[in-house]
Design a protein around this ligand. Structure first.
Ligand SMILES: CC(C)(COP(=O)(O)OP(=O)(O)OC[C@H]1O[C@@H](n2cnc3c(N)ncnc32)[C@H](O)[C@@H]1OP(=O)(O)O)[C@@H](O)C(=O)NCCC(=O)NCCS
Ligand SMILES: [Zn+2]
Length: 230
């Protein structure tokens, strides 16, 4: 075969069968009971995305050898540790690594500029296993909006205000341990620990781009339909 002919054959469009229509019903989205992800089981792309997400959420993140002086609160099953500006660089690095894993899980792609002078990371760690059961990243924010949960279609730009608040940049609880008040304990800890000598009121916390789970939690936690968001 001549070179010219071979080139012509390579340029021919390849016909690809993308869908075999045998009259089957469209399959509805399923929600995985363990990881909570909704996906279409008949889509290979969705199945792969679910496998990745499921694997991450159900495999444990462990944090070992934390310095004991950073324990803020102890419970029957675990303790809350805090990493902040006075923590050794090695621990700040571990905290950043956990954030990257959580960001990956939540699909957050915008980079978080972590200034440790204005940021504290809280970890609820199971004592017997060192597994991270819950994680909360709090930092100082300077501008917020008000989100009215009774009318979410309308984030009023008029409500944007310059206000220095404690912002919850991330909050995450291991899927096998949700609805056991771990997020509530983390938020309580943030409120009493974040600003030295001040207990922040529940309704004075601000929240970054809340997810559906986040909205439910924050609504319950703040006892309010109006949330500060940023
Ligand atoms: C949101 C999240 C952190 C909540 O953690 P949690 O430890 O399960 O929350 P808590 O047990 O402290 O919840 C306290 C109350 O908030 C409400 N609440 C929390 N999550 C809820 C949900 N998914 N649906 C409805 N209500 C919810 C409930 O009223 C709950 O009390 P109850 O269980 O007695 O009814 C957790 O679901 C999670 O990690 N989700 C994935 C990550 C995410 O979306 N994070 C929010 C980013 S903004
Ligand atoms: Zn799953």
């Amino acid at each position: 075969m001549s070179m010219a002919l071979r080139a012509k054959n390579n340029n021919e469009p390849k016909l690809k069968q993308t869908l075999l229509d045998a009259g089957q019903k469209t399959v509805d989205a399923t929600i995985c009971k363990r990881c909570g992800m909704a996906y279409f089981p008949n889509s290979a792309e969705d199945k792969a995305a679910h496998a990745k997400y499921h694997n991450f959420t159900t495999s444990a993140i462990r944090l070992r050898n934390f310095k004991h002086q950073y324990v803020l609160q102890q419970f029957l099953d675990g303790s809350i540790y805090m990493i902040g500006c006075t923590s050794p660089a090695s621990e700040q690095k571990k905290a950043e690594h956990v954030r990257e894993l959580v960001d990956n899980e939540l699909g957050i792609t915008t980079p978080f500029n972590c200034l440790w002078s204005e940021t504290k990371a809280y970890f609820y760690i199971e004592d017997c296993s060192d597994i991270v059961l819950g994680y909360c990243l709090a930092h100082i924010v300077h501008r917020v909006h008000v989100l009215d949960l009774t009318d979410e279609s309308n984030i009023d730009t008029e409500t944007e205000m310059n206000k220095m608040l404690c912002g919850i940049a991330r909050i995450w609880v291991h899927p096998d341990h949700r609805r056991a008040r771990i997020a509530t304990k983390l938020l309580d800890c943030v409120r009493t620990n974040f600003f030295f000598g001040i207990v922040i009121k529940r309704a004075d916390l601000a929240f970054s781009a809340p997810t559906d789970d986040g909205r439910q939690l924050f609504k319950k936690y703040t006892h309010s339909n109006r949330l500060f968001i940023y």
